[in-house]
Design a protein around this ligand. Structure first.
Ligand code: AMP
Length: 210
């Protein structure tokens, strides 16, 4: 299974990707997580990417394509993979095709901007392992502490309200055209967001015929 998770920031891509990843035994490749590690380690890519990320803007396509192409050559991706947060522009999608990276399914998580803005406020991430939580919808067992590694949970700078509004605009302008791009290739699977994570997983599994 070679799958793309498409959807606005905060639509639940990471959450559903983690569930599918465990169920299918294939890794999730999240460019956001890879970039955040690079920022933390202070690598040249991290330093370059940080300027864009802090402003809620997209990191340049050439940096992203390098990261993805490199990650997908690792042995754990041989049976399949789930891309979370990439491609984010038509140029990235075309570059992946040119590199011979093709997909079976593109899941598009559909949700209103208003719902996203309410939801992002509650998102928390483990600063150590990157696991995601939500203070209401998917809380950790001990508030503020990661269930998986005991790391501290934090709100990302780019989940702050003003940045969220800007990121939604970027999504509609730059990323949403990918729906038509993949619909033309016959692999777009739109899925409506449901009131719970479990209910959304069910419609996701139905859409993927799993
Ligand atoms: P995410 O965790 O996927 O929401 O990504 C966080 C930030 O990383 C985004 O707001 C972008 O600045 C950057 N980023 C992640 N993936 C991409 C991508 N495919 N293309 C451009 N920028 C990206």
């Amino acid at each position: 299974m070679k799958l793309i998770m498409l959807g606005a920031p905060g639509a639940g891509k990471g959450t559903q990707a983690a569930i599918l990843s465990e169920r299918l035994g294939i890794p999730t490749v999240s460019t956001g997580n890879i970039l955040r590690s690079a920022v933390k380690e202070g690598t040249p890519v991290g330093l370059e990417a940080k300027r864009y990320m802090d402003a809620g803007q997209l990191v340049p396509d050439d940096i992203i394509i390098d990261i993805v192409a490199q990650r997908l050559t690792q042995p754990d991706c041989a049976k399949g993979f789930i891309l979370d947060g990439v491609p984010r522009t038509i140029a990235q999608a075309e570059a992946l095709e040119r590199a011979g990276i093709l997909f079976d399914n593109v899941l598009s998580l559909e949700i209103s901007d208003q719902e996203i803005e309410q939801r992002m406020e509650g998102r928390r991430f483990c600063h150590r392992c990157g696991a995601s939580y939500h203070v209401h919808n998917a809380p950790s067992q001990v508030p503020g502490v990661c269930d998986k590694c005991g790391g501290k949970l934090e709100q990302r700078d780019d989940d702050k309200p003003e940045t969220v509004k800007h990121r939604l605009k970027v999504y509609h302008v730059q990323t949403e055209p990918l729906k038509e791009f993949y619909d033309k290739r016959g692999i777009l699977r739109p899925v409506q967001n449901q009131p719970s994570i479990e209910a959304t997983t069910q419609v996701v599994l139905d859409a993927l015929k799993l």
